[in-house]
Unconditional design. Structure first.
Length: 261
């Protein structure tokens, strides 16, 4: 077996998503993705997670290093042995500062990832329970002015009903769901074919790193993420690409500056 014919590994899937895969393995990975829906879903999830994290931290990555920490600034003030010690100290400081920043930004990732999985489970059950209701799928219908203020007040944080018309979805209304960790808002949308998509959101209890989770249960799929002290789940027919687009619109709506909301 040649290297080109070797089975595709998990590391190669990651490299493909990151744009770092060697050219002679791209065809093999793309063939694998075309033949394996689960691998394709994993790759799509990684790509979406990377996009969300990149959107949040792009400005930090572009910040210039302060002048007082530049190597040439420090080394100009030292000579001989002192110069060597200064270089070592600066390198150690920068490594420590970087490690501290990463630890600060990602210290909650494990907890938030677990929370995202739990939320996806709960959202799928809520979606299954309410989307089949004909007369009472929601408590408050779209167009009633108190819908979002009511949900926001009960959740304890602003709740939005993003415009999903570009995805062929119109707002039906919303309801309040009980949760061991506090009230959860459910916003329901309906497509032209009668399919329904729900958005659930609630306070996450703590801020931390962006956590992202895709889950499916039969015909229902759920895309969950934790961001900015809030937890969100988009649930609907298990069409991963469409739910990705819906989640992106929800994410963008919550990221808009206050004056644009």
């Amino acid at each position: 077996m040649t290297e080109r014919d070797a089975p595709v590994t998990e590391d190669e899937l990651h490299a493909y998503v990151d744009g770092a895969l060697p050219a002679d393995r791209i065809a093999a990975v793309e063939a694998e993705l075309a033949a394996d829906p689960q691998a394709r879903a994993r790759a799509a999830a990684w790509r979406t997670q990377a996009d969300l994290i990149r959107d949040r931290f792009a400005s930090v990555a572009d910040e210039p290093l302060p002048e007082r920490l530049r190597l040439e600034t420090v080394t100009r003030r030292a000579s001989g042995l002192k110069r060597k010690l200064a270089i070592a100290a600066v390198i150690a400081f920068l490594i420590g500062a970087a490690a501290g920043w990463i630890a600060h930004e990602y210290s909650g990732f494990g907890q938030n990832a677990q929370l995202a999985r739990a939320l996806a489970d709960a959202a799928i059950e809520a979606h299954r329970l309410y989307v089949n209701e004909v007369r009472h799928p929601i408590e408050v219908r779209a167009g009633e002015e108190h819908l979002l203020p009511w949900l926001s007040r009960r959740v304890g944080s602003p709740v939005k009903a993003p415009d999903l018309a570009p995805e062929g979805l119109k707002l039906l209304g919303g309801r309040l769901l009980p949760s061991p960790r506090g009230p959860t808002a459910l916003i329901m949308y309906e497509g032209s074919g009668g399919e329904r998509v729900t958005l659930t959101c609630r306070r996450a209890g703590r801020d931390g790193a962006t956590a992202f989770h895709w889950q499916s249960a039969g015909e229902i799929g759920a895309l969950a993420w934790v961001e900015g002290g809030m937890a969100f789940v988009v649930a609907g027919p298990a069409e991963r690409e469409r739910l990705d687009r819906v989640a992106r619109r929800v994410y963008d709506a919550y990221e808009q500056p206050a004056e644009q909301r």
